[in-house]
Design a protein around this ligand. Structure first.
Ligand code: NAD
Length: 300
């Protein structure tokens, strides 16, 4: 097996998808002095030009095969359904000793794409930084995005131990707190705490928007509660379509769980059962308050 190149600092990082997440990784590593040169790859010329102007990348190209040919580290920060085409485009020119990591929100689909298309998937270390905003593109990137947030690595039996150790240190250098988890376990938990809330926010806004009258739109009367609950409905529809499709089974399971809760609330209302409503609301308040007390309001 080829030795992993000395990468502290990384001599050449290639960020495929220089949007919010890819751009923020680059800025965080630059701020920490952990990278010498960053090449950005993407499809939108305007976004790449902006990334250069903002100092996120040192140079850029649309050509994945050319970009990775001299890479030490490649980071995928593209939508989940782009993984197969990105891996396919790099498979002939990726140096044998380069490390590949990613930031994608679903891990079993990422691993399946790597195993199908990368010549040596022992160098692919799947990662998911649990940090983000509802903004997209390199203009939204900032160096502090990952500070104090979790980054979950999901190596499997094929992932090389040395590569995992190295990628762990890279994500730590972005300010992340790194932990490791089984890919399936990751996808199940993230379906509950990330994918379900996003689908629910989209559904809530749609349910409300359809209820306008000739005189009024319901949003005219919305205040902080609606704003808080619906914030993530401003997220990228394309990104969330991809995430939902790539973790379909787990997301359907979570939608069923939410449906059960909603049905239970509906039944309590139909029966005028105040005790049941109170039990629901109290259990939820206690669980959320305990979470905030343990992890702080600022943590993902
Ligand atoms: P983004 O839209 O800001 O950036 C994605 C970038 O990928 C864009 O610059 C786009 O031009 C580029 N791109 C799209 N298809 C491509 C292709 N086929 N080849 C090359 N480039 C392509 O999105 P983001 O929020 O940075 O998300 C990137 C990844 O990170 C996604 O997989 C997402 O699931 C994951 N993620 C997002 C968040 C979040 O809160 N936004 C958090 C954690 C992980």
């Amino acid at each position: 097996m080829e030795m992993i190149k000395s990468v502290n600092p990384i001599k050449h990082l290639v960020v495929i998808g220089t949007g919010l997440i890819g751009g923020s990784v680059s800025l965080a590593l630059k701020k920490a002095g952990k990278v010498e040169r960053v090449t950005g790859v993407g499809r939108s010329r305007d976004n790449l030009v902006l990334a250069k102007e903002l100092g996120i990348v040192d140079d850029w190209t649309h050509d994945i095969a050319v970009a990775v040919a001299h890479a030490d580290v490649v980071l995928l920060a593209v939508p989940m359904t782009a993984y197969e085409s990105v891996f396919a485009a790099m498979q002939d020119t990726l140096p044998a000793n380069a490390i590949v990591t990613d930031a994608g929100s679903t891990k079993q689909s990422a691993i399946a794409a790597a195993q199908k298309l990368l010549p040596d998937c022992s160098r692919f270390v799947p990662a998911h930084p649990i940090a983000g905003t509802e903004q997209s593109g390199s203009g939204a990137a900032f160096a502090e995005l990952f500070e104090h947030h979790l980054c979950i690595l999901t190596p499997d039996s094929q992932t090389g131990a040395e590569a995992v150790q190295w990628v762990e240190e890279m994500w730590q250098a972005t300010g992340s707190r790194v932990m490791r988890m089984e890919p399936a376990e990751h996808d199940d938990f993230l379906a509950a705490v990330s994918h379900l809330p996003h689908l629910t926010a989209f559904a809530l806004v749609n349910a409300v928007r359809k209820q306008g009258t000739e005189q009024h739109q319901p949003f005219e009367f919305a205040a902080g509660g609606f704003r808080d609950f619906s914030r993530i409905a401003s997220s990228s529809p394309h990104m969330w379509r991809d995430i939902a499709l790539c973790n379909r089974k787990a997301v359907i399971h979570q939608l069923d769980a939410l449906q059960d809760e909603l049905n239970s609330l509906k039944l309590a209302l139909q029966n005028g059962d105040g005790d049941r409503l109170l039990n629901h609301f109290t259990a939820a308040k206690q669980a959320r308050d305990a979470w905030l007390a343990k992890h702080g309001a600022n943590e993902s």
